[in-house]
Write a new protein. Structure first.
Ligand code: ADP
Length: 488
């Protein structure tokens, strides 16, 4: 992305970083946060670097002892209070989120509720962390297995879910006694700072949550070269994920990596097409297609192909594109000019290789005064494996459909890419559903369902989509160290 730095921004709209419970400046330039739909400045945050990153770790490190020693109930109460505060401030948070990220306000409100659900879930889960006690090889010996927090954990989050990606990482980490340093994405740091501010208000001790903003490379490098940082949880591109893996080698910092995806959908001839269309619609066009689990390629059995495509076409044509704060909007702007360029390239490439555009396929100007960052929701028929849209994450409102004849062919197509985050299948047959779920080489599978990310379930991928899981008890385990104590 291209960052815009200002030396003297509007002082009323600067959101400072939060370290040790105190608002801090970085003493240099400020990063301009823009509304992707209008290009207006929404606010500014400090352009921090290694110094700020280190100060955040100092604070988190100092806060770790007392936070770890506090009871799980104490921590759970604070997490629940934060969840409640987020619900109470939904309108303000959602407004900030829509302004900096672009998604429709209704979706931003849902994201705040979804983000709060990780706090509630982790509050309970953190109270149930337990050890084990067992006999050993010799009769006089016993083994005690403890689960303990890691220490300071770092989180680096993406721009597409500015609230939920924060709590999905921080809630389980904090619930079990870790302290945290966080760097939100340059495009959407204001929501993260607003949540951190609420955390201070509800009584989180200083240093337990620290949020810094600025140069991602310098901040990430500082954390991975600091032995006090015991884990980094990252959501973002595979390219940056690879870099972090290399840098984590210095101190063998544990990593959770939630990277790119390219989700397939398989629609069998016995599927309930209404359910399939409605599910694909909501998962594909949410956040203008800028989610890592959104369907990109749909493989439909030839016998129901036209029925599926025509229903999708009508449903897509009903979507309203516009600024996220405008009434009745379903699809907001894309995040930046690079995103628009990528979608345009994928569309040009698909057309050149013979795809038929059933609806959409072009940029739109929903009303005067908006930036050129809106894309009509698009349905491509005749997708083939050579097309870029079938191989690379488009991250936009573009859906491609390809016909298949056999189950084996559909599974092979679905598994063909190096990504393995989410996949979906629609069928009424129980035997087929289970067979297909087992065969899909993905971390997440939706059967007759595309809502796959919840506080209870395990979210994460295989292959180039990353390591580790977030959510549920698995998300909590990622932030615990196992210690085996042998007693003579
Ligand atoms: P996207 O393409 O979705 O923007 P990125 O992987 O570039 O994905 O960004 C995801 C997160 O990673 C953001 O918070 C971004 O600031 C951060 N990031 C980008 N480059 C680096 C880096 N070199 N080191 C650490 N974090 C980085």
């Amino acid at each position: 992305m291209t960052v815009t730095l200002d030396r003297t921004p509007n002082p009323d709209r600067i959101a400072l970083a939060l370290v040790n419970g105190v608002r801090v400046d970085a003493g240099g330039d400020y990063l301009r946060v823009s509304d992707p739909g209008t290009d207006e400045a929404v606010g500014w945050v400090p352009w921090g670097g290694a110094d700020q990153a280190r100060a955040a770790v100092d604070a988190a490190s100092a806060a770790f002892g007392p936070w770890r020693a506090a009871t799980p109930d104490f921590r759970a109460n604070l997490l629940r209070r934060l969840a409640l505060a987020m619900h109470e401030h939904t309108e303000t948070l959602a407004h900030t989120l829509t302004r900096e990220q672009g998604k429709p306000l209704t979706e931003a409100r849902s994201e705040i509720a979804y983000a709060a659900s990780f706090l509630d879930w982790s509050a309970e889960e953190g109270r149930r962390v337990a050890g084990e006690y067992m006999t050993a090889a010799a009769s006089h010996r016993r083994i005690l297995v403890m689960r303990q927090p890691l220490g300071v954990v770092a989180a680096i989050t993406p721009w597409n879910f500015p609230a939920a990606m924060i709590t999905r990482k921080l809630a389980p980490a904090l619930a079990v006694g870790n302290t945290a340093v966080l760097k939100p994405a340059e495009q959407s740091p204001l929501t993260a700072l607003a949540i951190a501010e609420l955390a201070c208000v509800v009584g989180f001790p200083p240093g337990v949550i620290n949020v810094v903003t600025g140069d991602p490379d310098a901040i990430g490098q500082s954390w991975l070269s600091d032995a006090r940082v015991r884990k980094l949880s990252f959501t973002g591109s595979t390219e940056v994920g690879r870099l972090l893996v290399q840098r984590a080698a210095t101190h063998l910092t544990r990593l959770s990596l939630e990277l790119g995806g390219h989700a397939p959908v398989v629609v069998f001839d016995d599927a309930d097409l209404e359910v399939a269309v409605a599910s694909v619609m909501s998962a594909k066009f949410r956040n203008a297609g800028q989610t890592c689990v959104c369907p990109n390629r749909v493989y439909v059995h030839r016998s129901v192909h036209e029925a599926f495509v025509s229903r999708m076409q009508s449903a897509i044509a009903r979507l309203v594109v516009g600024h996220g704060l405008d009434a009745g909007v379903n699809v907001g702007p894309l995040i930046d000019d690079d995103a628009i360029a990528k979608v345009t390239e994928h569309l040009d490439d698909a057309r050149a290789r013979g795809a038929v555009v059933r609806t959409g396929g072009h940029l739109v100007q929903p009303r005067p005064g908006l930036a050129r960052r809106f894309c009509a929701p698009t349905l491509l028929e005749g997708l083939t494996s050579e097309m870029r849209a079938a191989r690379e994450e488009t991250f936009g409102p573009v859906l491609g459909v390809q016909a298949f004849d056999t189950e084996a062919e559909a599974i092979a197509l679905a598994n063909a890419l190096p990504y393995g985050l989410a996949a979906y299948a629609f069928t009424r047959g129980l035997d087929r559903a289970l067979r297909v779920a087992e065969a899909l080489d993905f971390g997440i599978v939706g059967l007759n369902e595309t809502t796959v990310s919840t506080a209870q379930s395990a979210f994460g991928g295989t292959k180039l989509s990353g390591w580790g899981r977030e959510g549920g008890k698995w998300g909590v385990e990622e932030f615990l160290e196992i210690k085996s104590v042998t007693i003579g």
